[in-house]
Design a protein around this ligand. Structure first.
Ligand code: NAP
Ligand code: ZN
Ligand code: ZN
Length: 400
């Protein structure tokens, strides 16, 4: 393992071009469209489900999708995964939100139409959209292909202000369609089953990115804390990278399930003796727990030079990490946010090559609220995915 391995270059196509002064600038505008930007060239109304306030639960909504511009791809959504971040956001657990809010950033569907400057996607292509739909495209992070760390703030797939579209608030994938700039659209390999591939767009890339940053390979021991949507993808991806995997779970019911999923060992984290027995056995920990918890017992399972990547973003602060534990083994305590576009494409191709997809339970729109409750209770193996064909028809007027 070699921590700090760089991410691949941005998609082979720079997001920005440099002029002769070396200053970054936006790409030269393409010539005026010679064909209509979309079938209709008009904004469309799409059926959706979303929250109207922190306490509303999810209700049927209709969203207006912009008329596709020359660089846009209009996507007919087939499936959208339900991420715990959707629960945090719609329920206001991360603070003030822009309501109405249509969540969903694990989107898979088919291209319906493309703008005149789009030559890398065509109608009918199987595509995905993850957690990002834009970024400034010119800061150091964007130029390095890690748009998620855009210094001016990335544009999230939902609930974010979209500067290139008049400051409109983005609306996510619990919907029948979406319009996204081609630079932020991913190609989903046809070998991947669409519903099971949807969670790769967030849970997959969020766990792939730190594993790859740590350059996990055969012989490494990866610990996965929390066996939910992210956690089960971490197990599958780390195994595909050749690592040995140890799952730490609070749920007795998941002990056998973790082994069935491919883990080499399971530790019931509520059992202090089992935690003690795991002392100095792990190289890198991927912590996916969605609630505040004490990290110190997990840090003690790390070997010299080990690292703990915190991926879960609980609504409230966590108990402090003990400096002594970090210092005595030269440990790193790190965070990691989703992944950039090029790395997300790399992850999708890696998953296709290794036959890695999510274990999903497909739900209808009417089951969404119950699915949220079940997710919070840990009652899902391991990711709910919405079948967008079950959404109600769009109404004649947009709610948002
Ligand atoms: P999830 O499917 O609900 O899984 C979370 C797991 O955490 C549970 O299955 C459970 O595993 C464990 N857990 C232990 N105690 C818990 C508690 N009191 N409440 C809830 N979970 C508990 O969630 P997810 O979709 O994988 O997301 C996990 C976290 O990552 C969320 O906070 C989400 O917002 C965050 N996230 C971060 C990024 C990023 O870029 N960093 C991206 C996506 C999501 P056991 O039963 O095995 O203990
Ligand atoms: Zn997510
Ligand atoms: Zn940027």
């Amino acid at each position: 393992m070699t921590p700090g391995r760089p991410v691949p270059p941005p998609l082979g196509k720079p997001l920005v071009v440099s002029d002769e002064t070396g200053e970054a600038s936006l790409p030269t505008p393409a010539p005026a469209p010679s064909k209509p930007a979309s079938a209709s060239g008009m904004p469309t109304l799409a059926a959706a489900y979303g929250a109207t306030s922190a306490g509303s639960g999810l209700v049927p909504l209709t969203v207006a999708r912009r008329a596709p511009k020359e660089d846009d791809v209009e996507i007919e959504i087939d499936f959208c995964g339900l991420c715990h971040s959707d629960v945090h956001a719609t329920r206001g657990e991360w603070g003030e939100q822009n309501y109405p809010l249509v969540p969903g950033h694990e989107i898979v569907g088919r291209v319906r139409s493309v703008g005149s400057a789009v030559d890398d996607f065509a109608p009918g292509d199987l595509v995905g959209v993850g957690c990002l739909v834009d970024s400034c495209r010119e800061c150091d992070s964007c130029l390095e292909g890690v748009e998620q760390y855009c210094e001016r703030g990335n544009v999230g797939t939902y609930g974010a202000k979209d500067p290139r579209n008049g400051g409109a608030i983005t609306q996510g994938g619990y919907s029948t369609s979406v319009v996204v700039d081609r630079r932020f659209v991913l190609r989903v390999p046809e070998g991947l089953e669409p519903a099971a591939a949807a969670p790769l767009l967030c849970a997959g890339i969020t766990t792939y990115s730190p594993l790859r940053y740590f350059d996990v390979e055969e012989g490494d021991v990866v610990g996965v804390v929390g066996l939910g949507g992210l956690g089960h993808m971490a197990v599958k991806i780390a195994k595909a990278m050749g690592a040995q995997v140890v799952v730490f779970t609070t749920s007795e019911a998941k002990v056998e399930a973790a082994i069935e999923l491919g883990a080499d060992d399971v530790v019931l984290s509520k059992d202090p003796a089992a935690m003690e027995a795991a002392n100095r056995t792990i190289d890198v920990i991927i912590d996916t727990v969605a609630a505040p918890h004490d990290l110190n017992p997990y840090l003690r399972t790390l070997r010299l030079n080990g690292a703990l990547f915190q991926l879960g973003l609980p609504p409230t602060d966590m108990p402090p990490v003990s400096p002594g534990t970090l210092i005595r083994r030269r440990l790193s305590y790190a965070g990691s946010l989703i992944g950039g576009i090029a790395e997300t494409q790399e992850m999708l191709d890696f998953c296709a090559e290794h036959g890695v997809v999510s274990d999903v339970e497909v739900v209808t729109a009417r089951q969404l609220n119950e699915a949220y409750d079940r997710m919070v209770a840990g009652d899902v193996k391991y990711r709910f995915v919405l079948d967008t064909k079950t959404l109600q028809p769009a109404s004649e007027k947009a709610d948002v």
